[in-house]
Design a protein around this ligand. Structure first.
Ligand SMILES: Nc1ncnc2c1ncn2[C@@H]1O[C@H](COP(=O)(O)OP(=O)(O)OP(=O)(O)O)[C@@H](O)[C@H]1O
Ligand SMILES: [Mg+2]
Length: 422
């Protein structure tokens, strides 16, 4: 009987059907899925298991277990990170020699490593959105007590989020979850590591002529630091004001909501001279709009996509209000079945791997607006969608599968459930 490796963290024994007796470097193309990936020290490959695509990383059993636990805890705390599925240990090859252990994570669909995003065509304003997304990720990690220790573009995955990007942590290996708050020294350390790594990674792209020459790597890396710092101040700083100026609190809450953060209680300190008070909001969670959209429609979208879809929903609701029974829940249901779902269902089969559903809907809305301006009349949603599919989406790069495998053509399962994106 062939040797069975140990599987921990899951009861999915279909994972054991992967060729664990062979070094990952030598896995046959028949089990692999060719997807874009970042640079890494360890061997990482994507494989098909049942309906899932998983990322397999060879490493030591200690590291795999440690990273698996960290990823699980981060997801529990609501931080955007890849999802740990299992750890495989006790692998042997056919001669009985030991093979490295492996960490298995769920492949983050429609995600792109930075090398796939930073291309020649990248405009500087897109680059800024990109580092802003990374600053939001680092602030969220720090708020949840995570010291990363290896902040770099290679350790982040990006997904389109309406006109911006959403960043996900992919490599938690060097990280540490702290009980309580991170010290300012720990945060400063992460920032310095980020600054140096981002500048280095961008310089590397520049050297390979893969970066728009108008982007200065060092300036962009410094922009990351200021972007993080202003966000961190908005999230955590005590604000002193006169007790008659408490409307300033509402303003700050609005600004933070707009950035996607939800707030709990506001701490207030009054032991100051005169009428002065000191306030600080407690951030309970990010994903303000994402959560509202899920609650109303079940659509799981990134923050800016959710904001966009909610605007469309609110507009629909105002347009279609029928009677006194009309409420948010009913409007959401009608919008979903009469606008969102028909649009998504009408995506031609062969274009479904290009973008995720909320992003397609966002882009259809953009195109509808564009056509209306061009034709100087309102354009129905279905007409705008059809024009968008044939004139824009068809010519877009496929983001789900970017790289063709060397020998065979591997197609991913058609996305039937767009809710299961992560
Ligand atoms: N779950 C996943 N979904 C999508 N891509 C993934 C996933 N896991 C890994 N990758 C890809 O594989 C690359 C390498 O993974 P990772 O950073 O964990 O390896 P590493 O060897 O630990 O890296 P480092 O050299 O920074 O230590 C990532 O940059 C990413 O592009
Ligand atoms: Mg890495």
């Amino acid at each position: 009987m062939t040797h069975q490796p140990q599987l921990t963290g899951t009861d999915r024994d279909d994972i054991l059907s992967l060729p664990w007796g062979i070094p990952l470097e030598e896995w046959p193309a028949s089990v692999l899925v060719a997807l874009p990936q970042g640079i890494s020290r360890h061997t990482v490959r994507f494989a098909q298991v049942g309906d899932d695509v998983v990322a397999v990383k060879e490493t030591t059993s200690e590291m795999a277990t440690r990273e698996f636990d960290l990823l699980r805890q981060l997801r529990k705390r609501g931080v955007p990170a890849v999802k740990g599925i299992a750890v495989v240990t006790d692998r042997r090859d056919s001669s009985g020699d030991d093979l490295p252990s492996a960490l298995i994570t769920k492949h983050l669909r429609f995600s792109m490593p930075y090398r796939a995003v930073f291309s020649k065509t990248l405009r500087p304003d897109t680059a800024t959105r990109f580092v802003d997304a990374m600053a939001v990720l680092l602030a969220r990690l720090h708020l949840s007590g995570f010291y990363w220790g290896d902040v770099s573009l290679s350790n982040v995955l990006f997904r389109r989020d309406a006109g911006s990007f959403a960043a996900y942590l992919v490599d938690a290996e060097t990280g540490e979850l702290i009980n309580g708050e991170l010290s300012s020294g720990q945060r400063a350390n992460d920032l310095e590591i980020a600054r140096v790594n981002i500048a280095g990674e961008l310089l590397d792209l520049l050297a390979g002529a893969r970066l728009d020459p108008s982007i200065d790597p060092v300036t962009l890396a410094a922009k990351f630091v200021t972007s993080y710092e202003s966000l961190w101040a908005e999230l955590t700083e005590w604000q002193t004001m006169d007790s008659t100026e408490t409307w300033k609190i509402a303003e700050r809450v609005e600004r933070l909501n707009a950035l996607g953060f939800d707030l709990g209680e506001i701490s207030l300190s009054t032991d100051l001279p005169g009428n002065a008070v000191k306030v600080r909001p407690k951030v309970v969670d990010a994903g303000h709009h994402t959560r509202r959209l899920i609650r109303l429609t079940g659509i799981d979208a990134e923050e800016n996509q959710a904001r966009r879809l909610l605007n469309a929903l609110d507009e629909y609701s105002a347009r279609s209000r029928k009677d006194d029974q009309w409420d948010e829940g009913r409007a959401a249901h009608e919008w979903l079945v009469s606008e969102f779902e028909p649009t998504i269902d009408s995506i031609p089969e062969d274009l479904r791997g290009k973008l995720d559903a909320p992003q397609v809907f966002h882009e259809v809305l953009e195109h509808k607006w564009y056509l209306a301006r061009q034709r100087e009349r309102d354009v129905p949603l279905a007409e705008a969608a059809a024009a968008y599919f044939s004139d824009i989406l068809r010519h877009r790069r496929d983001e789900e599968v970017l790289v063709s495998p060397p020998t065979t053509t591997i197609s991913l399962p058609v996305i039937t459930d767009w809710r299961d994106l992560v």
